[in-house]
Design a protein around this ligand. Structure first.
Ligand code: GDD
Ligand code: MN
Length: 384
């Protein structure tokens, strides 16, 4: 988004909008839960914008069965371009937005909150950005010119920044947490397997649609007008789940390895903890070592089955366990074999030569274990 467009007077923006025939209409999707009192306010603002720029629009409130008079509020406003869809299944902010986009009829889709946190007058700039080749436009708090209300507590601010930072490997945009954005309906319809959980529907779309051209229009994020926020801790925890899905989508094979390594690291802890416990119980060293290894093999198996290779969870656990142990035992043999042979070469000279050999053995043993599990024991079965 260049500054020129931003600075244009209203009439010029209106002219620009009129010229863009492909973007002949805008569907504004607003997820709602208990926003009855805000509905007339936002409709009013949108109506002003509509008249100002002569826009063809529709507004879709996607309501998770609030039962607080939201339906009546939309009806009472009496705009034929506004409707409310009451959802009774699969509740959630992201799901509502996706649902709304599927029901939208115009070529440009906009999503925004109902509580007047998002400034409607930025919508024309978003539409223009789409018309000039951007694939996705975010209303952004963290680009120059953007801001949030002062009474945002330090907790909410830090929370937002940490969440943004966790999404860095997925996208470089400054405000991927924003709930105010626009995209083309065609691009949305092309996106496959959208399954967001929680609040971050923009992040879901940027990652799953693989958008490269994402523009950020600065916005001032105001405190909600009336009512209260629904962003509970429970919703926030869903973000971790959502992130995991998106990382798997984007970095599939690397993510399997990463999860496998994290489980492996947990296995080291389990092993040593068990070992200490058995030692305290007075068992002989050989038994303690064996106990540590056995316990970590079991926890590694269970964690890999639950997380790393969760797609294969519905298959027989005992068969998988036998396979896992078989493959692991080969890994230990590989480990030992590699360590022994490295120890016999010139590499193993010097003070820590034997340690280096052992490390080489561990690395090869682990790699062997990973490949064996990923491609043999926990391989993906394909649909016939
Ligand atoms: N349909 C539906 N279902 N709508 C919901 C639900 C739900 O379960 N939960 C919340 N909403 C609606 C609200 O009614 C509101 O219109 C909008 O989604 C945003 O909810 P708020 O409760 O106002 O969220 P927030 O202000 O804490 O979070 C906003 O800012 C975040 C960035 O700080 C949202 O825009 C988030 O998407 C954004 O990440
Ligand atoms: Mn809000």
């Amino acid at each position: 988004m260049n500054m020129q467009t931003m600075m244009k007077p209203v009439s010029a923006v209106t002219d620009d909008l009129a010229r863009i025939e492909v973007l002949a209409g805008v569907s504004i999707v607003i997820p709602t839960y208990r926003e009855a009192e805000n509905i007339p306010l936002i409709l009013n603002r949108i109506d002003q914008l509509r008249q100002l720029h002569n826009l063809t629009i529709e507004v879709l409130f996607m309501d998770d069965n609030s039962g607080d008079g939201s339906v009546e509020a939309v009806e009472a406003a009496g705009y034929d371009w506004a409707r409310i869809i009451v959802r009774t299944q699969d509740r959630g902010l992201s799901q509502s937005v996706i649902d709304g986009f599927r029901n939208a009829r115009y070529p440009v889709l906009v999503c925004m909150d109902c509580d007047l946190s998002h400034p409607v007058d930025v919508i024309p700039q978003m539409v223009l950005a789409l018309a000039t080749g951007q694939q996705f436009v975010l209303g952004s708090r963290y680009v120059p010119g953007g801001s949030t209300d002062d009474d945002w507590g330090i907790f909410r601010y830090l929370n937002s920044r940490v969440a943004t930072w966790l999404a860095r490997p997925l996208t470089r945009v400054k405000d991927p947490m924003s709930g105010f954005f626009a995209l083309r309906r065609d691009d949305f319809l092309k996106a496959d397997e959208l399954n967001p959980v929680g609040y971050k529907v923009a992040l879901e779309l940027i990652v799953k649609c693989g958008f490269d051209n994402v523009a950020e229009v600065p916005i001032h994020f105001s405190d909600r007008a009336l009512g209260e926020s629904k962003l509970t801790l429970r919703e926030q925890l869903k973000y971790i789940k959502h992130l995991r899905r998106l990382y798997i989508h984007k970095f599939s094979n690397a993510m399997y390895l990463l999860q496998f390594l994290v489980v492996g690291a947990s296995g080291v802890v389990v092993n040593l903890a068990t070992l200490s416990l058995l030692l305290m119980a007075g068992l002989p060293a050989a038994a303690c070592l064996a106990g540590g290894i056995a316990t970590s093999v079991v926890t590694n198996f269970l964690l890999n089955r639950r997380f790393t290779f969760s797609y294969a969870r519905d298959r027989n656990i005992w068969k998988q366990f036998v396979g896992f142990v078989t493959v692991s035992s080969l890994g230990i043999a590989v480990n030992y074999g590699v360590a022994l042979s490295v120890a016999g070469t010139a590499l193993a000279q010097g003070r820590f030569g034997l340690h280096m050999s052992a490390l080489a053995g561990i690395a090869c043993g682990m790699l062997f274990n990973y490949l064996g599990n990923r491609y043999v024991i926990f391989r993906k079965t394909h649909m016939r």
